[in-house]
Ligand binder design. Structure first.
Ligand SMILES: NC(=O)c1ccc[n+]([C@@H]2O[C@H](COP(=O)([O-])OP(=O)(O)OC[C@H]3O[C@@H](n4cnc5c(N)ncnc54)[C@H](O)[C@@H]3O)[C@@H](O)[C@H]2O)c1
Length: 299
């Protein structure tokens, strides 16, 4: 089931016309990845101001990639990006990736809006971190073209994409999706639909235990992180990772997994209190660590 490294072949190409619904942290990163791989990308946001913010963020990422040595002309890539405020802009897309906030109802409405605009041959993907794909697939009239493409944050720096299959996914789609992932220069893993898939379930389990250890005074956040970084060769410890992902995002996933998988995913009181106090990690400037250089608008 697993592939351990990306081995791109000339047959691995991304769809040429791609849509992304939601141009926030993840949607912007996903758009950037497809643009660098040569696709035309349309990002649809909820209003004009947010759409323009998304454009500015993606253009900054393109420019940063070129500064880091990616060979491309910024003006050409920027011209391949369209931002819009209605799903009608997805007409003609071969693939649309949904990246709106982690809410079952919001995503179901979004998926229905996407499907009405697409040809029957087009693929619809969700970037959900934890909602069972089968529950999202119920929103679609043609769920065989539905798949999870779980990108990681920050998208440009992460080489993993978790491909999630629901029971309705067609037999041909997994191989096609793995080929797209390789064409993006990333490595696919393939996971059957289950709460939290592979990555969120394991990542959140570790983080929740680390938070309980801080809560119980077992050790400081920095020392707990060092235990995993030096003792187990994790590049970043579970509490710093939680700060980077966002405490609110992790709380949302824990609540979902608590419902689906049981008490060992119950969110610790400390996590709930920190989110209620606005300590969301890097994006708010304070979490288990202080992030002095991160403006609240940082994405
Ligand atoms: N942040 C992470 O680390 C991370 C990692 C992997 C997956 N995810 C998943 O990706 C998805 C998006 O997360 P995010 O962190 O990018 O959130 P975000 O809040 O940064 O972005 C969501 C965007 O969706 C837009 N939006 C909301 N409703 C919309 C609508 N009806 N139509 C169009 N746009 C709409 C918002 O304006 C916002 O810009 C979630 O499902 C999340 O679980 C997040």
């Amino acid at each position: 089931m697993a592939e351990t490294k990306a081995s791109t072949s000339p047959n691995d190409v991304v769809p040429q016309v791609v849509g992304v619904l939601g141009g926030g942290r993840m949607g912007s990163g996903i758009a950037h990845a497809f643009l660098l791989a040569g696709a035309s990308v349309t990002v649809v946001e909820r209003d004009q101001a947010v759409a323009q913010d998304a454009r500015a963020r993606i253009e900054r990422s393109i420019s940063a990639s070129i500064d880091r040595g990616f060979h491309a002309d910024a003006a050409t890539l920027n011209a391949s990006l369209t931002v819009a405020t209605s799903a009608t802009a997805f007409q003609g897309a071969e693939l649309v990736v949904e990246a709106v906030p982690e809410s079952l109802e919001l995503k179901r409405v979004a998926l229905r809006a996407i499907e009405t605009q697409l040809a029957t041959s087009a693929t619809i993907a969700s970037n959900t971190s934890s909602i069972p794909l089968g529950q999202l697939a119920e929103a679609l009239t043609q769920p065989s073209r539905f798949i999870g493409l779980h990108f990681f944050n920050p998208v440009p720096a992460s080489t993993l994409i978790e491909i999630v299959l629901c029971k309705q996914t067609s037999d041909e789609l997994p191989a096609k999706a793995r080929s797209w992932v390789r064409a993006l220069g990333k490595t696919p893993i393939t996971v059957n639909d289950a709460p939290g898939f592979a990555s969120s379930r394991l990542g959140v389990a570790l983080a929740l235990e680390a938070i309980r250890m801080v809560e119980q005074g077992v050790a400081s956040a920095a020392d707990i992180d060092l235990a995993m970084e030096l003792g187990y060769r994790h590049p970043v410890g579970p509490l710093r990772t939680t700060d980077i992902v966002g405490l609110d995002v992790r709380l949302g996933i824990a609540e979902q997994l608590h419902r689906d998988l049981g008490h060992h995913f119950a969110p610790p009181r400390l996590l709930q209190d920190m989110v209620a106090a606005g300590k969301l990690g890097r994006k708010s400037g304070q979490g288990f660590y202080t992030w002095p250089d991160s403006p609240t608008t940082d994405r």
